[in-house]
Design a protein around this ligand. Structure first.
Ligand code: KIV
Ligand code: ZN
Length: 531
């Protein structure tokens, strides 16, 4: 029998479902950096990817299993459809992990069965135990998900879950795949599963949910009240379409309101024992890292991690907070690691101090990346007196987000003003090593730069997002630029940070174009040969 935990297990799927957000594609190194941050945050399970989906996904899962998933690390999970090939590939990628988990899934809603799978309920009832048992032949820890459970017939769901557990599933995950259910319905679904699946005490009930109606977090909290003990979530709530339940919101809701939730976990209301293993002080930096590496900006009013989440604008509120914090604050900004910027390094700091601080922040760079980042740090330190952890994160994310640098920015120069027509000149090094210069006029300096770059790169695309934010306060702050562009329906993102926002804009655009160019090259290489 599986012992039910007396706390809530946090299963992070930022690197799998989160990476399914349009344009959020990450390189293997970026995934490793995020996996390390997730381990520091204290998540119990990292869903590192879908190994059968691509060689890149396989490599990322394998590397994360080998490094972050070593002894003492979190459980490393891989996703697999309910087929032998998927499961076998997943098991292979997970081999180096000390605690591997295979997560296999098959849809159970009639809509999915009829239109997507073209299978009968009887076929699903046969496949599920067979594939769970197959996964179990590789690893002890097997999770099964009936996809679109939120719209499945509960009676059929009970039968499927019973068979999955009998075949060895140790966690059964209930996905609201399309974000359709309401909190009361989702809570009732979990209650029904607890009451009607005869062997449910042999598995942990997990929940997975999308935010199409903005209800994912509320649904999960109802699920916890009704017996769910694992929550599948992502940093900043990124994920397919409107995203997944946000880790930071779930964790802080369970933390701030623990006296409300304690009794549902059999504890006294006043128990101060944390309900999750998350080190909440790591939430803020994990959020920034994911936002910078995926290019998915966090809206300023986002709960917990938005720039305004702890800002008080109205005079009445400011006055109240000055008199007593609790008048308008339900949690302390420091509890999520939001401290006043600390000056950590200055222009006289050496490479060793720089490397050590980056390691503490979770970045492990190759020698080349470190050299480049150190040069950028020195350049920035020359312009800014104080270099904070936030500046460092922005500089390093910029450095590792640029790879692979197929087109390289050699020069960007603009002329603009209220009486001038914005004009830009750029020099790029092309992937063939050729240096090309071009110029363009635009509606503003950034538009002129992008038009000049387009004249050299010559890949048509549509800019769908351009945002500039400042890393810290002050006129000399680093500016972060995030852009997303679309080409043939696929979205590519770019990110850059610089004290000069025109330079940051050019680098961010080029970074997205390099991803696009790289993807086109891969497609060309993998295109079937014609005879
Ligand atoms: O949303 C979903 O149903 C999923 C499953 C693979 C768990 O992501
Ligand atoms: Zn999902």
């Amino acid at each position: 029998m599986t012992t039910q935990p007396d706390r809530v297990i946090i299963f992070d799927t930022t690197l799998r479902d989160g990476e399914q957000s349009p344009g959020a594609t990450l390189t293997v190194d970026e995934k490793l950096t995020i996996a390390r941050a997730l381990a520091r945050l204290g998540v119990d399970v990292i869903e590192a990817g879908f190994p059968y989906a691509s060689p890149g996904d396989f490599e990322a899962v394998q590397k994360i299993a080998e490094t972050v998933g070593a002894v003492g690390g979190p459980t490393i999970c891989g996703l697999a459809r309910a087929t032998q090939k998927d499961i076998q590939t997943c098991a292979e990628a997970l081999k180096p992990a000390a605690k591997p988990r295979i997560h296999t899934f098959l849809a159970t809603s009639d809509i999915h069965l009829e239109y997507k799978l073209k299978k009968t309920r009887a076929e699903v009832l046969a496949i599920v135990p067979e594939m769970v048992a197959y996964a179990k032949s590789f690893v002890e820890d097997v999770e099964f998900s009936p996809e679109d459970a939120g719209r499945s017939d509960p009676e059929f769901l009970y039968q499927v879950l019973e068979r999955a557990i009998s075949a060895g599933a140790t966690t059964v995950n209930i996905p609201d795949t399309v974000g359709y259910t309401t909190p009361a319905e989702f809570g009732a679904l979990i209650k029904g599963i607890k009451e009607n699946v005869p062997n449910i005490d042999q598995a942990i009930i997990s929940v997975h949910g999308h935010n199409d109606l903005g209800l994912a977090v509320a649904n999960f909290l109802e699920a916890v009240k009704n017996g769910a003990r694992q929550l599948e979530c992502t940093i900043n709530g990124i994920g397919e379409r409107a995203g997944n339940a946000a880790l930071e919101e779930l964790v802080m809701a369970l933390h701030v309101r623990r006296s409300y939730f304690n009794p549902f976990l059999g504890r006294a209301p006043e128990s101060t024992e944390p309900l999750t293993r998350i080190d909440t002080k790591q939430i803020h930096s994990a959020s920034r890292l994911v936002s910078e590496l995926t290019g998915m900006s966090v809206q300023p009013n986002k709960a917990i991690v938005g720039a305004n989440a702890f800002a008080h604008e109205s005079g009445i509120h400011q006055d109240g907070v000055l008199k007593h914090k609790l008048t308008y604050e339900i949690m302390d900004a420091e509890s999520i690691g939001l401290t006043q910027n600390q000056i950590v390094l200055g222009k006289l700091s050496g490479r060793n101090a720089f490397r050590t601080r980056l390691k503490e922040l979770g970045f492990e760079l190759s020698e080349t990346e470190l050299n480049n980042a150190f040069l950028r740090f020195k350049e920035t330190a020359d312009k800014r007196k104080e270099i904070t952890d936030w500046d460092l994160e922005a500089i390093v994310s910029d450095e590792i987000r640029q790879a692979p640098e197929l087109f390289r920015l050699e020069l960007v120069q603009v002329s603009c003003g209220d009486r001038a027509r914005p004009t830009a000149t750029v020099t790029l090094r092309t992937p063939d090593g050729e240096e090309r210069t071009d110029a363009a006029i635009g509606t503003g300096p950034v538009d002129a730069v992008y038009k000049a770059i387009n004249r050299v790169v010559e890949i048509p695309n549509e800019l769908i997002e351009f945002s500039v934010t400042s890393v810290t306060e002050g006129i000399d702050a680093l500016g972060k630029v995030t852009i997303r562009l679309r080409h043939n329906g696929a979205v590519y993102s770019g990110y850059a940070a610089n004290t000069d926002i025109i330079v940051a804009s050019a680098r961010a655009y080029l970074s997205a174009l390099n991803r696009l160019y790289g993807a086109l090259q891969t497609q060309e290489k993998n295109a079937p040969a014609t005879v």
